[in-house]
Ligand binder design. Structure first.
Ligand SMILES: [Cu+2]
Length: 477
């Protein structure tokens, strides 16, 4: 062969390779712009938090029909505190949507006829104008439709983007959409949906009744409430998440904002895996992961030992004073080699005596009814007393006496307020069991003490009774 012939053979060979690769492409059913061929159609299963739709097992792209309804409705922000929420699907956060990468999503946004305002939706999973916002501007009693291909896998926030955008988000208009990668996510035993949000009300944290949105506090980014899944206590007590020792748990964590960035942390375990910001990168052995406003994270961990794991925003005043506290109860056999439990406890009193909390300004307020006191008292109990006396009032043997059916104050209810005001130490006997601990005096306002005492007297099987702020003031002397 001469050089001309060699060149010709080479060109033919390269052309052949090129055409072969084109053939390959068409045989995996991809069109020229990388969009997969769509087979069949499905109506997407949507779930309310903390539930997540089942994993997708399809190995092909389909047409996914999503029906989402906006509903404006009054719900509780905390026991006894009402708020007019605007929702995607009737709860906060909005319904969880799960599709597969490559799916062609036909999105229907409905706005319930009872709504007062128009709404729309911006899905961060959408490549297109406003994430769908412009196409879905929906008046009350209307339905709009648009479609998109889920090009990128990941965990995405969606939210309302109708002006004033901040206010629509602040009223609860956000949720998560998961675009599963084509090969799916690794299998785990439990999946949960947890979404943080900050709320701004006319009254301060815990002030009962129907609370209005407060634009001033929203502009200053000073929320009264920071909560998981739309309510203080949405994930505590009998609503706590549950898992068993040895199980693997995946949390789809979102942050609707509107303002705060979350330092998401689970007290009592370590994230084995984190997909930071809901993307594809995999990080390991993480204690606290940042979840931006309008962003997400996927965290995974194995439940190694029985414990009540506490989900928090580690900007910790938010957790103990504004509501961002959830629980995951892990049940099963103890593994003393991993975690021993307490091995010793003795009295240690540093110089200066019992610990106290800094003074808190006393807020003048109208007198509360007994029911209102019990409601407010329950909140004070949860943030102040529960850590020691436990949610069920049973206390902890040998350390914290029970308030449940306590015979210590049964014949003298004023001992409850006295104990809270002045603290208590030395040997006491409660329901036949001896205690010799120290209860620090609680620096609460007269009104707060009256409420929490009334709550204790009327809860945990105790005999009832009522305490007024004036009674507390008298006892302080
Ligand atoms: Cu809206």
């Amino acid at each position: 062969m001469n050089t001309k012939q060699i060149k010709l053979v080479a060109i033919v060979f390269i052309l052949g390779l090129f055409m072969g690769s084109c053939k390959n492409n068409s045989s995996t059913s991809k069109s020229s712009n990388g969009v997969e061929e769509i087979k069949g159609e499905e109506v997407a299963v949507l779930t309310d938090a903390p539930n997540v739709p089942p994993p997708i097992t399809r190995d092909y792209a389909t047409k996914m029909i999503v029906n989402l309804e906006v509903i404006e409705k009054e719900m509780e922000m905390m026991d006894g505190v009402k708020y007019n929420f605007w929702t995607f699907g009737g709860s906060v956060p909005g319904k969880f949507i799960r599709v597969r990468q490559g799916d062609f999503v036909e999105f229907h946004l409905k706005n319930n006829p009872s709504s007062k305002l128009p709404h729309n939706i911006d899905l961060h999973a959408v490549s297109g104008q406003g994430g769908g916002a412009a196409a879905t501007f929906t008046a009350p009693g209307h339905e709009t439709q648009f479609s998109f291909t889920a090009l990128n896998s990941g965990l995405y926030i969606y939210h309302c983007a109708t002006a004033p955008v901040g206010m629509h988000i602040a009223n609860g208009m956000y949720g998560l959409i998961l675009v599963e990668p084509k090969e799916g996510l690794p299998k785990v035993d439990k999946e949960f949906y947890v979404c943080q949000g900050d709320f701004y009300t006319k009254g301060n944290y815990g002030e009962s009744g129907l609370q209005q949105f407060n634009m001033d506090k929203a502009l200053k980014e000073q929320p009264d409430y920071v909560v998981f899944n739309g309510k203080v206590g949405a994930l505590t007590g009998d609503k706590a998440l549950k898992a068993k020792v040895g199980e693997t748990v995946r949390l789809f964590v979102g942050n609707g904002g509107p303002n705060l960035v979350s330092s998401f942390h689970v007290i009592g375990d370590i994230f084995d895996n984190v997909y930071p910001e809901g993307g594809t990168t995999l990080n390991h052995n993480v204690q606290t992961t940042l979840v931006p406003a309008g962003g997400s994270a996927i965290t995974e961990f194995k439940c190694d030992v029985p414990a009540t794991l506490i989900l928090v925003d580690h900007s910790i005043f938010r957790t103990f004073n504004k509501g961002s506290l959830g629980m995951l109860k892990v049940e099963g056999n103890e593994m003393k080699s991993i975690y021993s439990g307490q091995q010793d406890d003795r009295i240690y009193q540093a110089e200066g005596g019992a610990q106290t909390m800094p003074d808190e300004p006393v807020v003048a307020a109208k007198p509360l009814t007994k029911e209102e006191k019990i409601t407010q008292g329950k909140a004070v109990y949860a943030s102040t007393c529960q850590a020691c006396h436990q949610a069920d009032g049973k206390g902890i043997d040998g350390a914290f006496p029970p308030l449940l059916n306590s015979d210590y104050f049964a014949s003298n209810p004023s001992l409850v307020t006295k104990t809270i005001i002045h603290g208590l130490s030395g040997k006491i006997t409660v329901n036949g069991k001896a205690f010799d601990g120290v209860m620090p005096k609680q620096t609460l306002s007269d009104a707060q003490i009256a409420s929490v005492a009334t709550f204790v007297l009327n809860s945990f099987g105790n005999k009832g009774g009522e305490v007024s702020p004036a009674d507390v003031a008298k006892q302080r002397k």
